[in-house]
Design a protein around this ligand. Structure first.
Ligand SMILES: [Zn+2]
Length: 348
């Protein structure tokens, strides 16, 4: 698929996604104790309500905006599919918690937006639970889109996926089934308050970095290139890596998590922990984010000052990763993206 074709397809997919989200967004509370639920289902933020996204904004002529990897527009000057400026209100919301649970479940980390402490297991768990809930909810919405009987949606799917459509649908269905396993375990931890039943790897940078993200993924390789989570065998279960990155006013918090009995997941986190070179650590963490998560926000203060060639290759990389037909990419030391360098910090 060439760039032109990809742009056309992306535009059409964006249009369709908005079509489906108007008529068929899934509204369902993720909390396991349904008896407590109190409607309405809130349009909740996967990242902090007031905190993180506001801290990434840039204001031009009174308009504040940020970028999200999934919101794109054509850059007419250089003819590529660029990131699109969006308002914070349009960012990162999902109908995944009812009014009661949205307020009560997250109050420990929301009432004081700067309160998050990486040495507090409850805080780490709540961020992880919300990040997972966002990915889980999005996967259900994707399934709904791909199994829609709306003629307009069917036309699109047939046009672009042709005879592969059943295979693509099957892949989404399997991914959804796989997510039921961590969902059940996270709900048990939530109910029993056994936060030590998750293994956290946390890190804090002493300055505000230009990125925020939340989600769960099954990375395709270890750092050295050894395949990970790529088995086709039904007997092999995948390793879930939960990721949350939150900028605060003068620091940035990284919370990665996996299940303690998941030895390969632990190995993946250990690899990150054992990188002694600062630059390599920052680049590999940046690679992990861009390669594994869709729900990524970056600051225009970071992105807009890069050359158009850098931005073009950045967007191309996102497209390659998002494309179901391209193979997984691997980390190498020449990787050019580093969100965490102190030179990229965002000043107030
Ligand atoms: Zn609820």
């Amino acid at each position: 698929m060439d760039q032109e074709e990809f742009i056309e397809r992306q535009k059409e997919l964006n249009r369709l996604t908005s079509l489906v989200s108007k008529g068929g967004t899934i509204k369902d509370c993720s909390h396991p104790v349904k008896a407590e639920c109190c409607l309405p289902i809130k349009n909740a933020h996967s990242l902090q309500r007031q905190g993180s996204l506001k801290l990434l904004e840039k204001t031009v002529k009174g308009n504040s905006f940020i970028y999200c990897h999934t919101e794109r527009q054509i850059n007419k000057k250089y003819n590529f599919l660029d990131l699109k400026p969006i308002g914070r209100k349009d960012a990162s919301t999902f109908y995944g918690f009812c009014d009661f649970h949205d307020t009560n479940l997250f109050k420990e980390i929301e009432n004081d937006p700067e309160a998050t402490d990486i040495d507090n297991n409850l805080h780490c768990f709540l961020h992880t639970y919300r990040s997972f809930s966002h990915s889980y909810h999005r996967k259900y919405e994707e399934y709904k889109l791909f199994t829609s009987s709306e003629p307009e949606v069917l036309n699109y799917l047939n046009k672009y996926y042709g005879k592969d459509i059943d295979k693509v649908r099957q892949g989404i269905k399997l991914a959804l089934q796989d997510l039921e396993v961590p969902k059940k375990r996270l709900d048990e931890i939530l109910i029993n308050k056994t936060y030590e039943d998750l293994e956290f790897y946390c890190y804090e940078f002493p300055y505000r970095c230009p990125v925020s993200c939340a989600g769960v993924s099954t990375p395709g390789h270890f750092k050295n290139g050894t395949p990970f989570n790529l088995s086709d065998s039904e007997n092999v279960s995948y390793s879930d890596i939960f990721t949350t990155v939150l900028p605060f006013s003068e620091r940035t918090v990284i919370i990665l998590a996996t299940f303690p009995d998941d030895l390969l997941g632990i190995k993946y986190l250990d690899e990150l922990d054992h990188i002694s070179n600062t630059l390599e650590f920052q680049k590999y963490l940046s690679f992990h984010i861009i390669n594994n998560l869709e729900n990524v926000y970056i600051s225009p203060k970071f992105y807009d000052r890069k050359s158009y060639k850098w931005r073009q290759s950045y967007c191309k990389l996102i497209d390659i990763i998002a494309n179901k037909y391209t193979p997984y990419i691997r980390y190498n030391k020449a990787f050019q993206i580093n969100y965490f360098a102190s030179t990229e910090k965002i000043e107030s």
